[in-house]
Structure formats: structure tokens, C-alpha cells
Write a protein that binds this ligand. Structure first.
Ligand code: NDP
Ligand code: MG
Length: 381
């Protein structure tokens, strides 16, 4: 069980819910980090009194230092600040709840210190999964998934004796707000439409990824890396109600599912208390009042982002970093109303065609693939 955490991305959706769980379970918060949201970070700092606070943006860090000058808590900035928070001796677990590939170097730093990683930041595993998992094995660091589907699979794998027993991982997918629509209808959807997710309240980037189904594509790659399972042993099924969070099919035909009301505090709590389970104050799942559970095949013609990600999962090398970098950049453009919804997968596909794949990639190759993908999208849109 975790005693003390460093929380990367404390002002975000996962970050705020992690603090709820820490308050509930009496887990100490040693470091808080954000990008620029100084108002919320000040409230969190006064409530949790960490040893270190980091704001990625330097000017925000300077303003923040003045606001908390009465507290005598150091304030750092930039990637070095995030790495310092991730490496702190006092934290046994690092919760990676930042959005995007910016989480990669701090995650690697925490792994090198042998800490438990409660991993929400899926972009890190998508870009550099082999590197991250290899490093975790080398330093004996546990990576416990926070993403609800991966937490579900992780839970369904408890008690599994050997990977030979696993036939297939089945990732469930809500289908997002545009499920059942035609491609020309989906491609014209606005930012407001895309930000209306049926089941989950999350940060903007992941909410757009849920609407394009890129989120499920990223999760497909995340599952391959976390559980060391080849792409042809993973499938995706649309399950609109988000009650079954994912499943594992075993070779004897048993399918084990993890269920619960859709609330991220459940997987966050498990990642912090694993292998134990703590009491939850949330209302229990009421099977008699929940809607009928339905399943459909995903439509990768209407949602090509999922197909692109599944292709990258098979290609491997730096293709996954290109996919992710191009997607982060394209989603940023869409959120600033600079491109249309349908251009997101088009730009990602263009980047994948234009940028050469490298195998046996080192960190520098991954960072370069990410840089080229972002540049491609900025120039091509
Ligand atoms: P949010 O956008 O709500 O929060 C992102 C956090 O990261 C904020 O604290 C933000 O700070 C910080 N941040 C953003 N950019 C930077 C940067 N350049 N440097 C340092 N910190 C930065 O995202 P979510 O909480 O929704 O998602 C976080 C991660 O968890 C993502 O990878 C997402 O895919 C994953 N995830 C989220 C789920 C959810 O339910 N929300 C479910 C499963 C996975 P600031 O507030 O100052 O901008
Ligand atoms: Mg998920």
C-alpha cells in the first residue's frame, strides 16, 4: 500500500480525483505539479502541504512562488522540476496524471528510483512502451495501470499463473458521443459536440480522443505494452454503458470481466492500495437498476483513428510515437478551432505516411519521431 505520492498533473481530472482518494485513505502528498493553473494549485498546496510544488511554465512558477511565500515550500519549473518531483525520496509512488508525452522523462526518472508508478498518462506508454517497460523490469519498478480498461485487465489477470493461459484481452469502448452516425456527419462535428462524452467527465484532450476513437487506439497499444501481449490477441468491443471496464478470455473459455460504476476513483484507489483493496465511499454498482449491457463491433471506416492505431501496434518501432505526436498536435489544433473534426485522423494518417519508422528506438529516436510528427501536422493543416 502506498504511503506517500508525488502527483504529476494534480490540477487535472485524474489529479483532482487522486487527491480525493489520498484524503480518504490518509496518503501523504509530497509533491504537486501542474502546467499553469495557479489558482487551483494554491488551494491544493494549502490543503495538502507538500514538500515541493512544480509549475511547468516558468512565469506561472514565479507568480506562484509569490502567492505562497508564507508557506516556505520550494517551487520549481520546467521538465527538470517535473523530474525532481518524480524522483523525490519521500514518495514511494508517483501518480502520472499529466496529459501527453511530456510525462515520459519524469516517468523514466521515477522508474530509475524503483518507485511504484500509478500510470494514467497513456501517451507515455504509447510512445515509448518498450523503453518504459524494459526500464521498469531493470529497476524493479511496478507499473500499475490507472486507465480504467487496463486496471480492469490487471484485476482480471490476478491469479493468472502463466501468460500461456491468456487467449485474448478484450478492451471495452463506450463508442463516444458519435456512435452510430455516418462518416460525413461525424466529420463535421464541432468542438462542443465532441466534448460531450456520454459516460465520463475528463480532460479535454482525452475527451476528443474518445470522440475520434483514437483513445481506444492508444489504449490498444497501451495494453500490448503493459501486458506484453501481441496485437492479434487484443480486441475491442463497443459497450455503450461503460459498466464492464474490460475482460480477459482464458484458453479454457472462461471470460473474466471487471465491472463497476464508471468512476475513475475506483482504478485510482486500486493502483494506490494494490494488492490490497480499500473501502470505497462511492455508491455500489446496482445491477438491477443499470441499463441492459450491449456489445457492438467498432466501425473503423467511420472512425479511422482506431484502425491507424491498430496498424501502428503491428508495425511497432517509432510509428506509435508518430501516431501519438501527430494526434496530440491535431487535437490541439481542433481545440483551438483551427481544423475540422474529420481532419484529425487525416493529419495523423499523413504524418504516418510521411515519416520513416525506426526500429530498436532509443529515447532520442522517440523524441525525434514526436518532433517530426508535430511539425508535419503544423505544416500540413
Ligand atoms: P487534464 O487535462 O484534466 O489534466 C492534465 C494535467 O496535466 C493538468 O494538471 C495540467 O496542468 C497538466 N499539464 C498539462 N500540460 C502540461 C505540461 N506541459 N507540463 C506539465 N503539466 C502539464 O487531463 P486528464 O486528467 O483527463 O488526463 C490525464 C492523463 O490521464 C491523460 O494521459 C489521459 O489520457 C489519462 N486518462 C484520463 C482519464 C480521465 O478520466 N480523465 C481516464 C484514463 C486515462 P494545468 O491544469 O495547469 O493545465
Ligand atoms: Mg480508458
Amino acid at each position: 500500500m502506498t504511503r506517500a505520492i508525488s502527483l504529476l498533473g494534480s490540477t487535472g481530472s485524474i489529479g483532482r480525483q487522486t487527491l480525493d482518494v489520498c484524503a480518504e485513505l490518509g496518503i501523504r502528498v509530497e509533491a504537486l505539479t501542474a502546467n499553469s493553473n495557479i489558482e487551483l494549485l494554491e488551494q491544493q498546496t494549502r490543503q495538502f502541504m507538500p514538500r515541493l510544488v512544480v509549475l511547468y511554465e516558468e512565469t506561472a512558477a514565479q507568480r506562484f512562488q509569490e502567492r505562497i511565500s508564507d508557506l516556505n515550500i520550494p517551487v520549481l519549473h520546467g521538465i527538470d522540476g517535473l523530474i525532481a518531483a518524480a524522483s523525490m525520496e519521500e514518495s514511494d509512488t508517483v501518480v502520472t496524471a499529466v496529459v501527453g508525452m511530456i510525462g515520459l522523462r519524469p516517468t523514466l526518472a521515477a522508474i530509475e528510483k524503483g518507485k511504484r508508478i500509478a500510470l494514467a498518462n497513456k501517451e507515455t506508454l504509447v510512445c515509448a512502451g518498450e523503453l518504459v517497460m524494459g526500464s521498469a523490469r531493470q529497476y524493479g519498478a511496478e507499473i500499475i495501470p490507472v486507465d480504467s480498461e487496463h486496471s480492469a485487465i490487471f484485476q482480471c489477470l490476478q491469479g493468472c499463473n502463466s501468460s500461456d493461459e491468456v487467449k485474448r484481452l478484450i478492451l471495452t469502448c463506450s463508442g463516444g458521443p458519435f456512435f452510430g452516425l455516418k462518416k460525413d456527419e461525424v466529420d463535421k462535428k464541432t468542438k462542443a459536440d465532441a466534448l460531450r462524452h456520454p459516460n465520463w467527465k475528463m480532460g479535454e484532450k482525452i475527451t476528443i480522443d474518445c470522440a475520434t476513437l483514437m483513445n481506444k487506439g492508444l489504449e490498444f497499444i497501451e495494453a500490448m505494452r503493459l501486458f506484453d501481449v501481441p496485437a492479434d490477441q487484443i480486441s475491442v468491443v463497443i459497450h455503450r454503458q461503460s459498466i464492464i471496464h474490460s475482460m480477459v478470455e482464458y484458453r479454457d473459455g472462461s471470460v473474466i470481466a471487471q465491472m463497476g460504476t464508471p468512476d475513475m476513483r475506483l482504478p485510482i484507489r486500486y493502483a494506490l492500495t494494490y494488492p490490497a483493496r480499500a473501502h470505497s465511499p462511492l455508491p455500489p454498482l446496482d445491477l438491477l437498476s443499470c441499463p441492459p449491457l450491449t456489445f457492438h463491433e467498432p466501425d473503423t471506416t467511420v472512425f479511422p483513428a482506431l484502425r491507424l492505431a491498430m496498424e501502428c501496434a503491428r508495425i511497432g518501432g517509432t510509428s506509435c510515437a508518430v501516431l501519438n505526436g501527430a494526434n496530440e498536435e491535431a487535437v490541439g489544433l481542433f481545440l483551438r478551432n483551427e481544423i475540422e473534426f474529420g481532419q484529425i485522423p487525416e493529419l495523423v494518417s499523413g504524418a504516418l505516411d510521411a515519416i520513416e519508422v525506426k526500429y530498436n528506438a532509443q529515447l532520442s529516436d522517440i523524441l525525434e519521431a514526436d518532433r517530426c510528427a508535430r511539425l508535419y501536422v503544423r505544416e500540413a493543416h
